[in-house]
Design a protein around this ligand. Sequence first.
Ligand code: THG
Length: 264
Amino acid sequence: MIIIGERINGMFRDIAEAIREKDPKPVQDWAKKQEAMGSGYLDLNVGPAVSDRVSAMKWLVEVTQEVSDLPLCLDSTDYDAIEAGLEVCKRPAMINSVPAVQDKMDRIFTMANKYNAEVIGLAMSAEGIPKDAESRVALAMELVANCDAYGVPLDSLYIDPLVLPCNVGQDHGPEVFETLRQVKLLSDPSPKTVVGLSNISQGTENRELINRNFAVMAMACGLDAAIADACDEELIAAVATGRVLLNMDIYCDSFVDVFKTQNL
Ligand code: THG
């Protein structure tokens, strides 16, 4: 499983402040730290409070690229902000994200072709997030069909079944696991899968324990990537162990340290 470092997000006060003050240091420090922990991508989200999302996203991309060569995951519901970010990305990026809503898919898959970008497709419609796995998989199928129609390679599509906090949406958990399993059967090549891991523990006690357990359970269902707290050592150790047990990495005595050097 690939870790997409979640920390450069304006929902965190230090990043919100950095964006406001145009101070690159907190952004660059988190970029370096998340890369050193084995992240394969860096999620960039300007957060809810920013007034000019377009210029903020462009700035986040530029300052992050000064210190890291990792591919970027541009996280916004504002597609003008995503496009502004893609324009300045030096390497192919990931677009985060598009729901199964036709006009949005039209814009995002067109953008994916233009910028050779990967795409996260959300298992939600204009009506919201369904509960059962069957409905989530049906929405994933719509995303797969549109991805294919636009000629975007299916393995550039990451389906996100959408993880809700377990203290309010406990019954969604098994549906998310089942969606992860079934998405792999939708097409050949199949789409990949991703989740926002920290969502599962928002508002709970003992967040790290919940995140870590959810991560390895989802890995066993075929999860390919997670937007996650890359600076949680225990999580990284659990993911590295999962990769060895799933035979994705060769065992050696220092497998956790090796995972951190791979930036898959
Ligand atoms: N799917 C996709 N993208 C996503 C999500 C998803 N992007 C955003 C989010 N979900 C993933 N990123 C985070 C980042 C931080 C937290 C949760 C998910 C988090 N933050 C603390 C909190 O809310 O308690 C903030 C603490 C603080 O303010 O210091 O947990 O699901 N495709």
